[in-house]
Every structure is written in C-alpha cells, then in structure tokens.
Design a protein around this ligand. Structure first.
Ligand SMILES: [Zn+2]
Length: 125
C-alpha cells in the first residue's frame, strides 16, 4: 500500500483529476483526500483557525498512519470557496506550501493548479 495526500477543494469537478495526478506524481496507489472549500486560501491566511487545525489533524493521520509519500495543496479555476483570480490564488498556494513545509519538513509538499479545462498543473515554489 502506498499513499499520498491531497489538500483539495471540496468541488466535485476537481476530485478525479487531482486523484489521478497525485497517484502518478507521488507513485501512490491511494490518495488521502482532505477537502475544504478553497483550502489554499485557508492555509495561506491561516483562517479560520479551526479549519487549519482540522486540516493539520487529517494530514497528521495521513502521514503517521499511512506513511504518505507527499502532500499536494490545490487551487482551481472558478472556486466558490476562494473566488480570487488565478494570480492571487497562486500566491495563496505559495504561502500554503510554505506553511505545510514548516509543519512537515520531512515530507515533500507541492502545489497544484486546476485550470478552466480541468487540467492539473504542478506549480513549482
Ligand atoms: Zn473550490
């Protein structure tokens, strides 16, 4: 068994694409899916705190119990939870990645952007 972790939006339009991308990106059979509306903004701004805590608690389980091989934070086009445009959302992704790297220094953390065609692209930071 091998796992990776996606901190994904709850939006149904991005689930399958993010799942597929993470499986191949981290060579993992399973993807633990942690969903909130607009998680890149939540982690970037660390607000609201109870959702940040909830996300971190679920990542802890994925890492400790499933030995997750990597974490991907997701932002996407037309997000109801994070209505900012692509440029601002990518800033959110950058801060979210920094925040998660501080919390999980031994695990690879990356950012994904899902565009208007629902294609997934890795955003290097
Ligand atoms: Zn969304």
């Amino acid at each position: 068994m091998s796992f990776s972790t996606a901190v994904n939006c709850m939006d149904g339009r991005v689930q399958k694409e993010v799942f597929r991308f993470c499986r191949s990106r981290f060579l993992s059979k399973y993807v633990d899916m942690i969903t909130e509306p607009g998680p890149n903004r939540i982690l970037a701004e660390q607000d609201p705190p109870h959702l940040v805590e909830s996300i971190l608690a679920r990542i802890d389980i994925s890492i400790e119990k499933h030995a997750s091989k990597g974490i991907a934070v997701v932002g996407h086009h037309d997000c109801a939870g994070n209505p900012a445009g692509e440029e601002i959302q990518k800033e959110h992704l950058e801060y979210a990645v920094k925040f998660l790297r501080e919390h999980y220094p031994s695990v690879e953390v990356t950012a994904l952007w899902v565009n208007e065609k629902w294609d997934v692209k890795e955003v290097p930071f």
